[in-house]
Ligand binder design. Structure first.
Ligand SMILES: Cc1cc2nc3c(=O)[nH]c(=O)nc-3n(C[C@H](O)[C@H](O)[C@H](O)COP(=O)(O)O)c2cc1C
Length: 300
């Protein structure tokens, strides 16, 4: 069973490629989460930033009832999601905090599939906790990301999100999102999944997926992400004090956050990256311990 949320369809394309090798061997049921009201795509400027506080604080909203029977038998749940503001997207949080999720996940093996810009490790920690709270067992993770330079990918993703066009901005910037090559190559993950289902055991699934480079990490990006998540928690509380999602009263604070974030990304993060590499030897053990942890699927 696949449960996913994807606005542009990028992640659904990835999931379709991953599950292609299962065809003819395993029945695949794909349930797409539909928020009520739906989030706009392309995003209208302020609505994009308005999704930050609820994403970070993991405040659920509403979903259209699922079309699947939560009690139906399935071997593996594939949970596919993008990242919103270093956190699980609101539709995924809404699903994982529902009673239906408990019925579906309890005692079931779960494989997460992430399609992000490049900062996903904190959101996956939140997802790991919610899977465990629902009685699910995380057995594997596949994380695809945009491989371009961090600052370039910020420009291109914003262009994509507010224009709805996954194409080269001004003809000079690279194509936004996960590359066509990486999306097509996701098909390689299908075989170990198929083998695990056939064997009825998911104990080695993550190890087999890792051999196929299912998780690639950049320590400098993780370092920026950690700091970012701490700041997003403060900002989200500050904005929520002015009201809930869509409230006009919080617009001024959202605009402040937007300019603050763009300033931090373009002016502060390059310096933070240089400092990270200058001090790398001092924190060598800690950084490597973190890399090992984030490559895995255990919950700290
Ligand atoms: C509101 C919003 C916030 C986002 N924040 C992040 C982020 O913090 N880290 C990241 O790697 N990607 C971020 N992205 C990009 C998404 O992870 C994803 O790559 C993109 O939305 C395409 O996914 P889709 O399959 O839903 O179309 C964000 C996207 C949106 C819409």
């Amino acid at each position: 069973m696949v449960i996913s949320y994807s606005q542009s369809g990028q992640l659904d394309e990835i999931v379709a490629n991953i599950t292609r090798p299962l065809s003819g061997k395993v029945a695949v049921v794909h349930e797409k989460l539909v928020p009520v009201p739906d989030f706009p795509f392309p995003w209208k400027d302020i609505s994009f930033w308005d999704a930050m506080p609820e994403s970070v604080q993991m405040i659920p909203s509403q979903l259209k009832p699922l079309s699947i029977d939560p009690n139906v038998h399935f071997d593996l749940l594939i949970l596919a999601y993008p990242i919103w503001f270093l956190s699980p997207p609101i539709p995924l949080t809404t699903f994982l905090k529902s009673e239906t999720a408990k019925e579906i996940l309890n005692g079931k093996p779960v494989l997460t599939v992430i399609g992000s810009r490049n900062m996903w490790v904190n959101a996956q920690e939140d997802i790991k906790k919610m899977i465990a709270e629902n009685g699910g067992q995380l057995k594997g993770n596949i994380s695809l990301r945009d491989r371009h330079n961090n600052l370039l990918s910020v420009v291109t993703i914003i262009y994509w999100m507010i224009s709805g066009k996954k194409e080269r901005y001004l003809g000079i910037f690279p194509k936004p999102g996960i590359s066509d090559k990486d999306i097509a190559a996701a098909e390689r993950f299908g075989q170990p999944i198929s083998d695990a289902i056939a064997a009825g055991s998911f104990e080695n699934l993550h190890k087999e997926l890792l051999k196929l480079k299912s998780v690639e990490l950049d320590p400098a990006i993780i370092s920026i992400e950690q700091k970012g998540k701490r700041l997003f928690k403060i900002w989200s509380r500050f904005i929520l004090r002015k009201g809930g999602a869509g409230s006009a009263k919080r617009e001024a604070r959202l605009k402040l956050f937007k300019w603050y974030l763009l300033f931090v990304i373009f002016a502060v993060s390059p310096i933070a990256t240089i400092l990270f590499y200058l001090t790398y030897p001092l924190f060598f053990w800690r950084i490597n311990r973190n890399l090992k942890y984030y490559r895995g699927i255990k919950l700290r």
